[in-house]
Design a protein around this ligand. Sequence first.
Ligand SMILES: [Ca+2]
Length: 150
Amino acid sequence: MVYFGYRILVPEPNISDIPDLETPSGTPVRPVSFTVADTDTPLLNLSFSASSADPLLIPVQNIVFGGSGAHRTLSIIPTQGRVGTAKITVTVSDGVFSSKDSFLLTVGLAPPSAATAPRQSAIVEGDYATLTLGAAQRLQELYASTQFPT
Ligand SMILES: [Ca+2]
């Protein structure tokens, strides 16, 4: 018995290189632009997916695609309070063939921000006040001033 096989040549979609990215903890990555191309599939029919090597740092549902046609964007929101580096892989599929591009996303410490002063009405003489420091992401206690004018 002879089997005849044939192969339909469908070129795979192409995705441009996405560079490694960096963002402070809990801060959305500014939308990254990339381009796609396909010689035989309408760009409208391309589908996108992403995977994260560290789903705790970068949950897959926090990777959102935007744009249209050849020009697409990628928005990523890291988990609040987590730092580290995750390999993100973006896959573009035309329904038959697919292409991937991977990059590293580094989530660093949040930039220093002004301490949030407690409401004055909450401070009692001789009592403790709590300040939230954005940079350290932790609570620090300060002794409330008892230097009242006499
Ligand atoms: Ca194609």
